[in-house]
Design a binder for this molecule. Structure first.
Ligand code: NAD
Ligand code: ZN
Length: 347
């Protein structure tokens, strides 16, 4: 089978690999669509994080969907069976740590990630644990089914804490996850949505997805714009998707007293932050968001997608065969892509 193999150097290599065999508790999936995530870019570019974290050499990639073609021993058919269309929950929980045993697998103390700690899915076929399979409605388009994993990040972020219904919201960072979050916030009854990014193209997309006010922090004062849009109060909810120190500070600056912040973006390193003024005296509640709740978030994802309340197609920027991976990774590196979808079965 064709697969994207990652060695300890920048780039990746298309190889001919044996089709893997599912072991006990595992399934073999014919991969119909995969999408490219920021994590894959770190690995592809072989930056410091990837060098210290990636457990290769091996096939990488994690966002995926496909058809189950074989099941290993001890897989309960009521969970998943041959012929099912599945997406993968990409966080592999140990099942026996304190968090797992108290119903919080998404923050497993021994968490491993598909395509980072275990062989990934940029390939024609991939093996995943049966318990990580999420069975989709058969009519869901493959490219949409693949996007449910990053979409789940957006969903968990928006719905965390008090949620956004009848509240004013600031979204910092309009990458694919921030853009999807704007749609979720709109579908969930947010009143005013302010969105920031330094990329004008992404701000235009944000307006198309339901942002009422967009701000480029290089051109205008984010805190002032957010206050002006909220009767001088500041926003009720901050949803952080940039991982950028300046954006994070502006986000908290724009947050109202007693407001709520959900933090998904990951800064490249430690950042400076005014804890006293931005959290303590502001009496803000702050929640860190990791992955998707297993599987509460996936049920919410399915309802949002199948009801048509969100349109995930609008964040897809590329649909190309896996063999043309280089042009896609280059487009992401040049800042020209939003969410690329790679098709392993096409040439
Ligand atoms: P992305 O890098 O495409 O999006 C980040 C966006 O922030 C970009 O559009 C960028 O232009 C914008 N940005 C940069 N500086 C800014 C500034 N000063 N003000 C406003 N915007 C600014 O990433 P993504 O795929 O959309 O993911 C969003 C973030 O979430 C990333 O940091 C990613 O690492 C993180 N992430 C976290 C989890 C988790 O489980 N916590 C999971 C997936 C991704
Ligand atoms: Zn665990």
């Amino acid at each position: 089978m064709r697969a994207l193999f990652k060695e300890a150097q920048p780039g990746a290599r298309l190889i001919d690999a044996p089709v893997p065999t599912p072991g006990p508790g595992e399934i073999l999936v014919k991969v119909m669509a995969t999408s490219v995530c920021g994590t894959d870019m770190h690995i592809y570019n072989w930056d410091g994080w990837a060098q210290s974290r990636f457990k290769g050499p091996m096939i990488f990639g994690h966002e995926m969907t496909g058809e189950v073609v074989q099941v290993g021993a001890n897989v309960d058919p009521s969970l998943v069976k041959v012929g099912d269309h599945v997406s993968a929950e990409t966080h592999l929980a140990c099942g026996h740590c304190y968090q797992c045993r108290t119903g919080r697998k998404h923050i497993c103390a021994n968490l491993r990630i598909l395509g980072v700690d275990a062989p990934g899915i940029f390939a024609e076929y991939a093996v995943i644990p049966a318990e990580n399979a999420w069975v989709n409605d058969p009519e869901m388009p493959w490219e949409i089914a693949s996007l449910q994993e990053p979409f789940g990040n957006a969903v968990q972020t928006v719905l965390a804490g008090p949620g956004v219904s009848s509240r004013t919201v600031l979204v910092t960072g309009c990458g694919p996850i921030g853009l999807m979050a704007i749609q979720v916030a709109r579908a969930s009854g947010a009143t005013t949505i302010v969105a920031t990014d330094v990329n004008e193209k992404r701000l235009a997309l944000a307006r198309g997805m339901g942002a009422d006010v967009t701000v480029n922090p290089r051109e205008a004062d984010v805190v002032k714009v957010a206050r002006d849009a909220t009767r001088g109060n500041g926003v009720d909810v901050l949803l952080e998707f940039s991982g950028n120190q300046t954006a994070i500070r502006q986000g908290f600056g724009a947050l109202t007293y007693g407001g709520h912040a959900s933090m998904l973006g990951i800064p490249a390193g430690a950042i400076e932050f005014d804890l006293a003024n931005d959290i303590v005296f502001k009496a803000a509640t702050v929640i860190g968001i990791s992955g998707r709740k297993m599987f509460e978030t996936w049920y919410q994802v399915r309802e949002l997608v199948t009801s048509g309340k969100v349109d995930l197609k609008s964040v897809i920027s590329h649909r190309v065969p896996l063999t043309r991976f280089e042009e896609v990774f280059d487009a992401v590196n040049r800042g020209e892509a939003i969410k690329p979808v790679l098709l392993p079965q096409e040439l």
